[in-house]
Design a protein around this ligand. Structure first.
Ligand code: DX5
Ligand code: ZN
Length: 218
């Protein structure tokens, strides 16, 4: 199944709960929440208390993308805040396997993200644990950047690795996705498509509907 996952980083934070309610009602099944610490990435966004307070807005899947150093310190906070999926960065953890196992122990789905300069092969040892791989198609930290074209080959390579293991693993792609390239990204193998500015610039409901239609399963 394919999912559009609007990234609320580009939403109006003064009414974040309402924004989430609007896009969920328009058909977004996954809400992508970008947590940034000003250390792993050069930007600060929001943390667990904000996620907990907007959790009431929808039943949709909360997909929490942690762009923070040593996320193992905060996993329980994000679980309590209502995360359904917690994604950590390969580059941000001393012990990736331990961190992923801690997420699973909390009863939350575990995602592993790789930044554009990280070789895709690093994910191999974790394919028996993870529920999702996130291929970053921009350098993490900011919304509104352009899709890095080389990411398409990386997505295809990850898709092949996923197909070689006999488990259901979602493939999420994040950064610079919009109407012009969402189908190409999906065809490369992604089934969770993050879109921030493409959803929150202009009419949210129309944007969600248009993008969702483009990735609808046959
Ligand atoms: C970037 C974030 C993205 C970002 C995507 O570090 O992880 O989720 O909000 O925004 P767009 O879709 O505008 O590139
Ligand atoms: Zn993200």
């Amino acid at each position: 199944m394919n999912y559009l996952a609007p990234s609320v980083l580009s939403a109006d934070f003064s009414m974040l709960g309402k924004e989430i309610e609007t896009i969920a009602k328009a058909g977004a099944g996954v809400i992508h929440l970008d947590v940034m610490d000003g250390n792993f990435v050069p930007n600060i966004s929001f943390g667990a208390p904000v996620i907990a307070s907007v959790r009431k807005s929808t039943e949709a899947i909360f997909d929490v993308h942690l762009m923070i150093d040593e996320p193992i310190r905060y996993l329980e906070d994000f679980k309590k805040a209502g995360a359904d999926i917690i994604t950590i960065h390969y580059e941000a953890c001393k012990d990736v396997e331990l961190t992923l196992n801690e997420i699973k122990k909390l009863g939350v789905k575990a995602g592993l993200a790789i930044s554009p300069d990280t070789p895709v092969d690093v994910i191999k040892p974790f394919l028996e644990i993870v529920d999702m791989i996130l291929v970053m198609s921009v350098y993490p930290g900011f919304g509104g950047q352009s899709f890095i074209t080389e990411s398409l080959e990386r997505i295809k390579a990850v898709k092949t690795m996923i197909c070689d293991v006999n488990r259901e693993i979602w493939l999420e792609v994040d950064g610079g996705i919009g109407a012009a390239n969402i189908e190409t990204v999906m065809q490369a193998g992604a089934n969770v498509l993050v879109a921030g500015s493409a959803v929150f610039k202009g009419n949210r409901v129309e944007n969600v509907k248009e993008l969702s239609k483009m990735i609808a399963d046959e």
